[in-house]
Design a protein around this ligand. Structure first.
Ligand SMILES: *[C@@H]1O[C@H](CO)[C@@H](O)[C@H](O)[C@H]1NC(C)=O
Ligand SMILES: *[C@@H]1O[C@H](CO)[C@@H](O)[C@H](O)[C@H]1NC(C)=O
Ligand SMILES: *[C@@H]1O[C@H](CO)[C@@H](O)[C@H](O)[C@H]1NC(C)=O
Ligand SMILES: *[C@@H]1O[C@H](CO)[C@@H](O)[C@H](O)[C@H]1NC(C)=O
Ligand SMILES: *[C@@H]1O[C@H](CO)[C@@H](O)[C@H](O)[C@H]1NC(C)=O
Ligand SMILES: *[C@@H]1O[C@H](CO)[C@@H](O)[C@H](O)[C@H]1NC(C)=O
Length: 379
């Protein structure tokens, strides 16, 4: 027993040699993804220097655009300064360039993906852009491949992209770039257009993970009724995060390649009657345009918090759908709040997913939801 006391310091020393050096060399090797997208268009009120990088493992620069004639990626503002700045705050954070986005030209992506020469041109320019500005990876946000041929081409693109990344890594002697993609909430269940499914086999083989865009289920594009934009559960339909994630996992994609998305914004409506204020209540129009969000019918979480604080909006957490809404007078907003984010992160962890991401980093309210998510995962 006595000998053990003398041995304890030695044990600690041994442990420190093991972990302290791991910390110094590869202490950043986080096994989970706690990510967020930073739209460069929000640089005026959320410059890279204002990002609380300690809350994330990965931050996406959104977006790089592909030239629709040359199929090469184009230089964007602040690319060089972005990685340097966020890494000064958190040396462990990894930055990726996200390509495309909701507003990008999906025809151009289809034309690129269908042609072997254009694929090579695109892939080369993407790797070069990432290396030029010291990014750690690339992300494709093609919204959306429109039919089964385009889905096949996407699978081919991922395969060639992975080979190019591996070969660049061998010749440069640097760690391979990460490769991810932002994808629809479900693997095989599009709410419009042709029946199609993502190439899960190619994704499993070639991507580090997919960012499942588990939001936008309801928006004020349908002005007739309010709706939950990112419900975890929906008893009356399959338009929900739990269902979407299950289609990805059922398709054969390992859960450790699935990252669950959560929105930091919500759609807003003008209610028809002050008496009906629930999910699915009659509405007459999209909500008015706010300060920060560029379109009417959309509010950032920071603006929603202001509505609650300044206009005394009534906030409701709906336990059935695991989503929140609030209303003040005729204005109604559906969104994720502290309770739904905590529950969703718990869900993601229980399902064995790789992590979560937020769209978009500039919309949080004093880092409230990013902090809750991080704490909930670490519980
Ligand atoms: C950033 O997040 C960390 C972790 O939650 C927190 O301790 C810190 O206060 C935050 N910094 C700012 C400037 O909000
Ligand atoms: C999209 O790209 C295609 C070719 O790649 C081009 O012909 C078309 O004009 C582009 N559309 C828009 C809206 O820019
Ligand atoms: C899919 O769309 C492309 C246009 O991008 C078209 O050329 C092709 O014929 C379509 N394939 C199928 C199977 O419909
Ligand atoms: C949801 O999808 C399943 C198949 O995955 C199907 O059996 C069921 O009918 C769908 N439910 C609704 C409400 O559409
Ligand atoms: C709303 O409720 C008020 C008070 O209960 C009632 O007087 C009014 O008729 C109701 N309006 C509608 C449209 O149901
Ligand atoms: C805020 O709303 C609550 C009920 O929802 C009410 O009791 C309270 O008086 C209101 N406060 C202000 C400042 O309007």
């Amino acid at each position: 027993m006595k000998n053990l006391q003398y041995m304890m310091p030695l044990v600690f020393l041994a442990l420190c040699l093991l972990f302290c050096s791991a910390e110094a060399q590869g202490g950043c090797a986080s096994s989970i993804v706690q990510a967020a997208y930073w739209p460069s268009s929000t640089a005026s009120f959320m410059p890279p220097a204002s990002i609380n990088a300690s809350l994330y493992s990965h931050i996406y620069y959104a977006f790089a655009e592909m030239n629709d004639q040359t199929f090469q990626l184009e230089e964007q503002i602040m690319m060089g300064e972005f990685t340097t700045t966020v890494q000064q705050k958190n040396p462990c954070v990894k930055t990726l360039i996200s390509i495309g986005g909701g507003g990008s030209n999906s025809t151009a992506f289809a034309l690129m993906a269908t042609n072997p020469i254009r694929r090579v041109v695109f892939i080369k320019s993407a790797i070069a852009l990432a290396r030029r500005h010291a990014f750690y990876g690339l992300d494709l946000d093609w919204e959306f491949p429109g039919n089964s041929t385009e889905m096949e081409n996407l699978g081919e693109l991922f395969s060639e992209w992975r080979q190019a990344i591996d070969s660049e890594s061998r010749s440069s002697g640097r760690p391979p770039l990460l490769l991810s993609a932002a994808v629809y909430f479900a693997q095989r269940f599009f709410l419009w257009g042709e029946h199609r499914r993502y190439p899960s086999a190619s994704i499993a083989e070639n991507l580090d993970w997919v960012n499942v865009m588990a939001f936008d289920y309801h928006g004020s594009r349908d002005t007739s009724a309010t709706g939950a934009p990112a419900a975890l559960y929906d008893r009356s339909s399959n338009v929900s995060t739990s269902y979407g994630i299950s289609t990805w996992v059922d398709s054969g994609l390992p859960p450790r390649k699935v990252v669950m998305g959560m929105p930091l914004y919500g759609p807003s409506w003008v209610l028809k009657s002050l008496n009906q204020t629930g999910i699915g209540a009659p509405a007459v129009a999209a909500g008015p345009k706010q300060n920060l969000s560029a379109e009417s019918g959309v509010m950032f979480f920071s603006e929603i918090r202001d509505l609650i604080r300044v206009n005394n909006a009534t906030e409701v957490f709906d336990t059935e759908s695991v989503s929140a809404y609030c209303y003040a007078g005729e204005l109604w907003v559906g969104y994720d709040n502290q309770d739904s984010v905590a529950a969703k992160v718990k869900f993601a962890k229980q399902k064995g997913l790789l992590g979560y991401f937020f769209w978009a980093i500039s919309q949080d309210s004093n880092w409230m939801l990013s902090t809750i998510a991080s704490q909930s995962w670490n519980k």
